[in-house]
Structures are given as C-alpha cells and as structure tokens.
Design a protein around this ligand. Structure first.
Ligand code: PMM
Length: 271
C-alpha cells in the first residue's frame, strides 16, 4: 500500500446551530449515545465542539462553550474514547485537556486567541492547526486568492513556525486546509486537487470536507443534508490515495465502507 488508511474523526457538535447537525446533541445523554455510535461506525477520534463556525455564525462566550462541552468530554473520557476539543479559545482548550481531551482542534490555527500556543505547548497534546483568515461573520469577504493552494500552504507554514517557536514540536502538529473557511466552492476544489502541496510540509494532514456546501453543489437543489455523505465518502477515498492522514466526518460508516474499497484496491487484496 502506498499511503496508510486515514483515521476517521467523528464530529460531535454540542451546539444549537451547527450547519449540518445543530441542536441534535445538546443533551449530554444524546451526545454520549451519538459518540458511541460514531465509534461503532469506525471513528477513532471524537471531535467535540461547542461553538458553531458555519458561515455567518456569531461568537459564543467561552463560558457557554465550556458549559456545553466539558461535561460531555468528562463523560466520554471515562468511556476511554480518544477526544479532540474543537475550539478557538485557549481557556476551553485548557479545561478540555483537564477533562480528558488529548487533541486540540483549533480552526483558527492560533489566530483567534493569542494565548492558544502557550496553552497547548506545555500540555503535550496534539494540535490541529487549520487554515483560517477570520471569523465566520467576515470570512466570505476574505476568500480572495491569486493561487489558493500555494497561499494556503505558505500561510500554514508561517503559523507552524510560530507554533514551534512557542514550544509545540512538529510531530504534534496536524495541518488542515480549512475547507469552506474563507474559501468558495471553486477554491475548495482547487485546494483539494493540490492537497499534496500541504502534505509536503511534512505534517499529518486532516481534511474536514464532510457535508460542506461545495459537495452539495454537485447534488440536486433541495437535497437533504445526509445526501452529501456519499460525495463526502468518495472524496475521502480519493484523498486517502493522495496521502491524507485523517478525515473529519459526520457519517463514519459510509466513509469506512469507502475506505474499505480504497484499501482493498490499493493492496490488491481484501484481507
Ligand atoms: N469544519 C468545521 C468545524 N471544525 N475542524 C477542522 N479541523 N476542520 C474543518 O474543516 C472543520 C472543523 C465546520 O463544520 P461542522 O459545522 O460540520 O462541524
């Protein structure tokens, strides 16, 4: 096999307003049950988020975010799951690590909170650094590129240098191209078609394309959100071929199936 099979990250949004599953898992019991189902479907990591980042979303106070996510992380840590905290706030990252999270997934790559790198550095946890240019209420205006793939690569490279200066070692850094964040559908395709340029920075690369609008544009108008899972899974298998390390997904089962096919084909055997 040329590339190894990507790790699936199951999305657990404990928010009233995330774009694909907002409001569904706000109660702790429902959140824990959904996490168990994500793991059963093949997720190796549960990514717990308490602030929506959909286009136009308003910020949530860190205290509110923590009230949503910390009890869920505590409950899931007791069950032995590998947990990531999806947050841009250093205080939430710190509380989540204390509660049992072992990965910080910061969609702002440290830009939203000046204390993030200093909080993550001594903790020893892994750090997802996503490409980001600004908060959700302004990000559509920031979607301007001459060459999206090379600009995303160089902007990530600058952030990595600063994170390393702050004491986060390179083997703890996971890069994410930030599909849909300050990017039009055309930007997303151009960027993903050259994902090897982000991979060439030498870090693990995570992609969060699942159910996003650019996939919806391939489907008939009025389609249900879950109909985006098929194109997500096909894209996931194609990204596996290109050496992506992880896929952040809402429906791990369909991605497990797609990766089973990719793996059997790349190994020439279904063992
Ligand atoms: N996308 C969303 C939230 N968190 N984290 C990473 N690392 N990468 C992403 O692409 C990403 C993310 C927004 O999607 P959601 O509302 O379905 O969680």
């Amino acid at each position: 096999m040329n590339a190894s099979r990507p790790v699936l990250w199951g999305v657990l949004n404990v928010t009233p307003d995330s774009f694909s599953d907002g409001g569904k898992f706000l109660s702790q019991d429902l959140a824990v049950a959904h996490a168990a189902s994500l793991v059963e479907q093949g997720a190796a990591v549960i990514d717990v988020g308490g602030e929506s980042t959909k286009p136009g979303a308003q910020r949530v106070a860190p205290e509110v975010e923590q009230e949503r996510v910390i009890p869920v992380i505590q409950a899931l840590a007791k069950l032995g799951y590998v947990l990531s905290i999806d947050t841009m706030n250093a205080s939430t990252a710190s509380a989540a690590i204390a509660a049992g999270a072992t990965i910080v997934n910061d969609v702002s790559g440290g830009l939203a909170d000046p204390d993030m790198f200093a909080t993550v550095a001594p903790s020893g946890v892994d750090y997802v650094m996503m490409h980001w240019r600004g908060h959700s209420d302004v990000m559509d205006d920031l979607a301007r590129y001459r060459d999206v793939a090379s600009e995303v690569r160089s902007e990530l490279q600058e952030r990595v240098a600063l994170a390393m200066e702050a004491g986060i070692s390179p083997n703890r850094i996971i890069l994410d191209p930030g599909v849909g964040f300050a990017k039009t559908p055309a930007h997303n395709w151009a960027l993903l078609s050259r994902i090897d340029e982000v991979i060439s920075l030498g870090h693990r690369v995570l992609v969060g394309a699942s159910r996003k609008r650019f996939l919806g544009e391939l489907l008939p108008e009025g389609h249900a959100m879950t109909e985006r899972d098929e194109p997500s899974a096909v894209l996931g298998a194609l990204l596996a071929e290109r050496g992506v390390w992880g896929l952040r997904v809402h429906d791990p089962l369909i991605h497990t199936r797609a990766l089973d096919v990719w793996q059997a084909l790349s190994e020439g055997s279904a063992q």
